[in-house]
Design a protein around this ligand. Sequence first.
Ligand SMILES: Cc1cc2nc3c(=O)[nH]c(=O)nc-3n(C[C@H](O)[C@H](O)[C@H](O)COP(=O)(O)OP(=O)(O)OC[C@H]3O[C@@H](n4cnc5c(N)ncnc54)[C@H](O)[C@@H]3O)c2cc1C
Length: 296
Amino acid sequence: MIRSFIKEHNLEYLENVSLKKYNTYRLDAKANYIVFPKNIDELILLLKFIKDNNIKYLILGNGSNVIFKNNNYDGIIIKLTNLNNLEIDKTTIKVEAGYNLAKLSLETANLSLTGLEFASAIPGEVGASTAMNAGAYNSSMKDVVTRVKVLTPNLEVVTMENKELEYSYRHSFFKEHKDFIILETELELENGDKDDILELIRTRRERRIEAQPLNYPSAGSVFRNPKDLHAGALIEQCGFKGYNINGIEVSEKHANFIINKGNGTGKDIVKLINIIEEKVKEKYNIDLILEQEIIE
Ligand SMILES: Cc1cc2nc3c(=O)[nH]c(=O)nc-3n(C[C@H](O)[C@H](O)[C@H](O)COP(=O)(O)OP(=O)(O)OC[C@H]3O[C@@H](n4cnc5c(N)ncnc54)[C@H](O)[C@@H]3O)c2cc1C
């Protein structure tokens, strides 16, 4: 049924496909289908079919904040890679959800625009990063997003203003409303000095290379930092650095990173996360909150 719908409407798709290159943990889970809508009309058509037939689906960005828990995702994964239009009008940027955020950060830096320096090493797409309120160095998407174009669960396209997005640390309206899809983000940046902007990006990148295990597959920070504390320090003090389950390891370089050193699975990651949560609770009476998202 799914295949005939896809073929009838000439959608771009892959079937029974490994997700290894679609998630930064490089987990080798499979998906029944990945569909790449070419435009918003195709996305709406696909979602209508999905909803009418009660099919499981996931909007996947660059897969840099997700853990595929099972060996198979029994549904349709939707990739918005083809929604990647970019318009820059002086300091105002309109960018579609599938655009790469780090690329946008470097492009705006080269136009002497300041505001997106924090994002130069965040390997996500604009849509997901807007929804996650991705950030670093005390800045995040909430500081630059003015409004977003959204597809509602009724498949209507609406505009939501920044103040409606309920932004807080790594959180927004979209975390609680998974059936709203960001189609386009509008950002307001400021004119700045190109050399200063590029220098800031360069020095921060060097610090990241020193502090983070960027040569191994991961999905960035595993837990949010509890107020006034560092999740990495708590995990390190519990003795977890180097702790390994089937090749899934707490990084020796930064304890808030879990890295995939071999052919670990999503289940191994979730198991390790649970062990860390229990130990930190036992030792410090702190409930760590997961920053990454487990996909069932
Ligand atoms: C090496 C490394 C460093 C990182 N550093 C940082 C950092 O400094 N700061 C930070 O915040 N994060 C960081 N991350 C985590 C991650 O890159 C960000 O959270 C990023 O914003 C996730 O984007 P994505 O496209 O990969 O999302 P995905 O992992 O693909 O998806 C995340 C969630 O967003 C949803 N989603 C996807 N597209 C949309 C859409 N269009 N509308 C609504 N929901 C959508 C998905 O369904 C899913 O629930 C890092 C990750 C890595 C691997």
